[in-house]
Design a protein around this ligand. Structure first.
Ligand SMILES: O=P(O)(O)OC[C@H]1O[C@H](O[C@H]2O[C@H](CO)[C@@H](O)[C@H](O)[C@H]2O)[C@H](O)[C@@H](O)[C@@H]1O
Length: 333
């Protein structure tokens, strides 16, 4: 009887423990003290917490970069996103009407907006036609490239000196290297609100390169004030492993946070600064702080995958409009 009871108790413990530990790690004949059990339970709960977090990460990695098919909305559906956010091209005349008497300032995202999305981030080149369209727009309107990329890298792709560049998600802002004819112009502007994070970002970059080197297709990109971990070329089966490596590095750096882009995990400082703040900063630098005389236009791809041809067409129409408008005004005068 006693024996049976003992067996029963042992059985209960081992069944209970089996659910706390992976099967292979269960020493069947070992008896566990209440303290052991408490510790195991605590570990299990911690594990579950991390596990839940990891599942959430992987789910959101899966949902990043929706396909064109998923982002095509039916205009019949009143609740669809596109009804509330109509194409800038179809609203072109209305936008231009709203811009009369105001200075248009152009803000352009790079990846997925000026350049197509490609597998290798080092080969995301923009077309010659797109470069010409951006160059023309910048002739008529103050123009800034606002990107998650390192500023020098995006400059090496865009190769236009008359523009403002805000790299590292707006944490690295520089004015045009050639003379600028706009209001205050503020040609020499250089703003780096996260400069104290440089050594930390460099350290994290190295740690991530090391930790992810065994995961096929993973690529870590140093964007100076932030780091990108690309998983576009990683087999989906390894996404959880990759996310776990990123999490383990990030857990050592409470001053850094994780955000997500298109098939990319982005690690950046927890400062109150982003592309939106960079946009405000640039408007101020151009002399349009709290001004009603300005119409900022931002073109970015976000999650809806705007077609680069549409972006180019919009830029061209803007320049044509400006030329016609200027001609008309000078005829009236
Ligand atoms: O703000 P953005 O200019 O859109 O930069 C965001 C990230 O863009 C780049 O990655 C994306 O484009 C790559 C090339 O087409 C593609 O391979 C990757 O999957 C996309 O996420 C850039 O490489 C990242 O560093 C930026 O964070």
């Amino acid at each position: 009887m006693t024996n049976q009871q003992n067996v029963a108790v042992l059985d209960m413990k081992s069944r209970g423990l089996r659910s706390l530990l992976p099967p292979s790690s269960l020493p069947v004949s070992k008896s566990f003290s209440p303290t052991d059990l408490k510790m195991l339970l605590k570990k299990r709960l911690e594990g579950e917490k991390v596990g839940t977090k990891m599942n959430a990460w992987v789910d959101s990695m899966r949902s990043s970069s929706p396909t064109r098919i998923r982002s095509t909305y039916s205009t019949d559906d009143n609740s669809s996103w596109i009804v509330h956010h109509p194409s800038a091209l179809s609203m072109f005349d209305q936008i231009m009407a709203a811009s009369i008497g105001k200075q248009i300032v152009m803000f352009l995202d790079y990846d997925g907006t000026l350049s197509p999305i490609v597998e290798d981030p080092d080969r995301a080149f923009m077309s010659r036609e797109m470069r010409a369209a951006v160059r023309d727009v910048a002739r008529y309107f103050p123009t800034a490239i606002v990107t998650g990329r390192c500023r020098d890298k995006v400059y090496s792709f865009v190769k236009l000196s008359g523009l403002y560049y805000a790299g590292s998600h707006g944490m690295d802002i520089k004015g045009p290297s050639k003379s600028c004819k706009y209001k205050n112009g503020n040609r020499g502007v250089l703003f780096q609100p996260a400069s104290e994070f440089l050594p930390m970002i460099d350290e994290v970059y190295k740690a991530l390169v090391e930790k992810t080197k065994s995961i096929g297709g993973a690529k870590v990109e140093n964007n100076k004030f932030c780091v990108s971990v690309h998983f576009r070329c990683v087999d989906e089966k390894s996404w959880a492993a990759l996310a776990e490596q990123v999490r383990s590095v990030l857990s050592q750096y409470p001053k850094l946070k994780l955000t997500q882009g298109r098939k990319v995990l982005e690690i950046r400082p927890t400062i109150e600064w982003d592309k939106g703040r960079a946009l405000q900063f640039l408007l101020e630098a151009l002399g349009y702080a709290n001004s009603n005389d300005v119409l900022p236009i931002y073109i970015g791809d976000d999650r809806t995958d705007e077609d680069a041809f549409k972006v180019e067409e919009f830029l061209r129409r803007l320049v044509d409009w400006k030329k016609i408008f200027t001609r008309r005004r000078s005829t009236i005068i």
